[in-house]
Every structure is written in structure tokens, then in C-alpha cells.
Design a protein around this ligand. Structure first.
Ligand code: BLA
Length: 244
């Protein structure tokens, strides 16, 4: 279902950047399970380069039951760029949910103007993929931009509309990265370190996929995958204190 999206991202990454493998903790790179008739696999890839400190993507293939392509690209700490976030999910071919965004680290006007406004023309072109759906797990005002693509859709729209939209967002992301001035002041860089870490904590604490991972691969593996790979800068014990 989303194989061509993964291939496109891979080709783009390898042609634009000098990628190095970034290790995935043992046992988390691949897993598989059999539940009744369903064979499910989950596989992840992780890279880094000078400008991007963590590039990860994951493909879940549970045949007709579920297909998921999920990715986050974290810029190096000396760039204040949004994170590129991708979450494409298809359950039983009928329920298809797609989310694509430049996930902002800050919400001030200057930041908005610099990194979010450029998305506007693309988002306007693919209006049917920007459905203003209500968020149940996340807060739309935290780490999401106003020009995210977020839609419940069908297979035909995925092929005909999401794929070109995806290509345009990715091209724009490379462009804003190429245009970005690296930060040099230690305090500015520390602010990015802190905010990217908060993104991991926020995302791990709310991740709606824990149940999905648990159902296929067990609760223990699911928690490890979440806290040691997907959002490795989050700590599992921080949940309680985040309510203060
Ligand atoms: C929703 N994402 C979901 C759901 C699942 C995942 C199972 C719930 C779907 C439903 O409504 O039934 C799946 N999340 C995953 C998977 C991974 C993960 C498989 O992290 C990891 C491999 N989610 C992201 C990223 C974005 C994102 C990077 O991981 C940003 C583009 C967005 N996912 C996102 C949003 C929703 C969602 C906005 C809807 C949740 C809501 O209603 O609050």
C-alpha cells in the first residue's frame, strides 16, 4: 500500500545526503508475528548525516489487515527546522488515515513565517487531504502545523493525490533545509536539544500505536520499541511528572 512512499523517501535521502547507518537497538530492527491467519512484520531503518541527526522510518506489513508507513526526520541540533513527520495507516483497506507535517518546534510568528508559511501553497493544492479532523490522542497545537495534511481517505486518493502531495512536501523540506543557516550559539543549540527531547517525550507518552505494537508483538517489545528506538530521548518514567 505505501511501498512506493518508502521507496521515494529512500531514493531522495540517498541522492541528497551522505548517509551513515544509525544503529537500531538489537531486536528492534525487525520483528514478526503470527496471529491466526495474519502474518505481521515490522521493519525499521535509521540513518544520519551532517544536517539530519536521526532519520527513521518503519513499515508494518500485516497484509490486508494493516499497512503502516511511519517516519520522523530530526534535523541536527544546530538547525531549528521543524521535524518531518509522516504517518500513513491503512487498516483492512477500508480505513485509511494519513498524516504528513513539518512538525514545528516553536510557535512564534517569525518561526511560522519562515518554516510553515512555505507549506501553504502545497496544502491549498491538496485541500481534500487537509480535513481538519479532530485529534483524539494528540493536541493539534503542539508539534503540528496549521498546514498539515490529515485525512481519512481511500486507496485511489492515496495513489492519485497523496503521492504527489508527499513528493512536493519532501521537496520543500529539502529546500528549507538547504536554505537554513546553522545555529552557532551554544544556548540556541541547547534550546533545540531541549525542544526535540520534549517532542520525543510528548510523542512517546501519547503514541496511539502502542496498542497496535502490543497486539502483534507483545507489551514488552512495544514499550522497548517506543522508548528505545522511536522516541529514544523520552523516558518511560516521565509520564507521571508530565501532568504537573
Ligand atoms: C494516529 N498513528 C495514529 C494511530 C496509529 C498510529 C495506530 C491511530 C489510528 C486510529 O485512529 O485508529 C500509528 N504511530 C503509529 C505508528 C507509529 C507511530 C505505527 O508513531 C510508529 C511506527 N504520528 C506520528 C507522526 C505523526 C503522527 C510522525 O508518528 C505526524 C505526522 C500523526 N498519527 C498522527 C495523528 C494521528 C495519528 C495526528 C491521529 C491521532 C489523533 O486523533 O489524535
Amino acid at each position: 500500500m505505501f511501498a512506493s512512499f518508502k521507496e521515494y523517501l529512500e531514493e531522495e535521502l540517498f541522492s541528497h545526503f551522505d548517509l551513515q547507518s544509525r544503529p537500531i537497538p538489537p531486536g528492534l530492527e525487525f520483528n514478526q508475528s503470527d496471529r491466526g491467519k495474519t502474518h505481521a512484520t515490522i521493519q525499521s531503518w535509521c540513518y544520519q548525516c551532517t544536517q539530519l541527526r536521526k532519520i527513521r522510518y518503519t513499515y508494518i506489513d500485516a497484509g490486508a489487515m494493516a499497512q503502516v508507513f511511519n517516519s520522523v526526520i530530526y534535523p541536527a541540533h544546530n538547525y531549528d527546522l521543524p521535524l518531518l513527520g509522516i504517518d500513513f495507516l491503512s487498516f483492512g483497506k477500508k480505513k485509511i488515515l494519513v498524516v504528513l507535517d513539518f512538525q514545528p518546534l516553536f510557535r512564534d510568528r517569525a518561526y511560522q513565517e519562515k518554516y510553515i508559511e512555505p507549506m501553504r501553497t502545497i496544502r491549498d493544492k491538496y485541500n481534500e487531504l487537509a480535513q481538519n479532523l479532530e485529534m483524539k490522542f494528540y493536541d493539534a497545537n503542539q508539534y503540528f502545523s496549521k498546514y498539515l495534511l490529515f485525512a481519512k481517505t481511500d486507496q485511489e486518493t492515496v495513489v492519485k493525490r497523496l503521492f504527489p502531495a508527499y513528493q512536493e512536501y519532501i521537496q520543500l523540506y529539502w529546500q528549507i533545509l538547504a536554505d537554513a543557516e546553522p545555529l552557532t550559539k551554544p544556548e540556541e543549540i541547547q534550546r533545540i536539544v531541549k525542544t526535540q527531547k520534549e517532542y520525543d517525550q510528548y510523542s512517546a507518552d501519547r503514541d496511539p500505536a502502542h496498542g497496535l505494537f502490543s497486539s502483534y508483538f507483545g507489551e514488552e517489545w512495544a514499550s522497548k520499541f517506543l522508548y528505545e528506538f522511536l522516541f529514544e530521548d523520552a523516558s518511560p518514567l516521565a509520564v507521571a511528572s508530565s501532568h504537573h
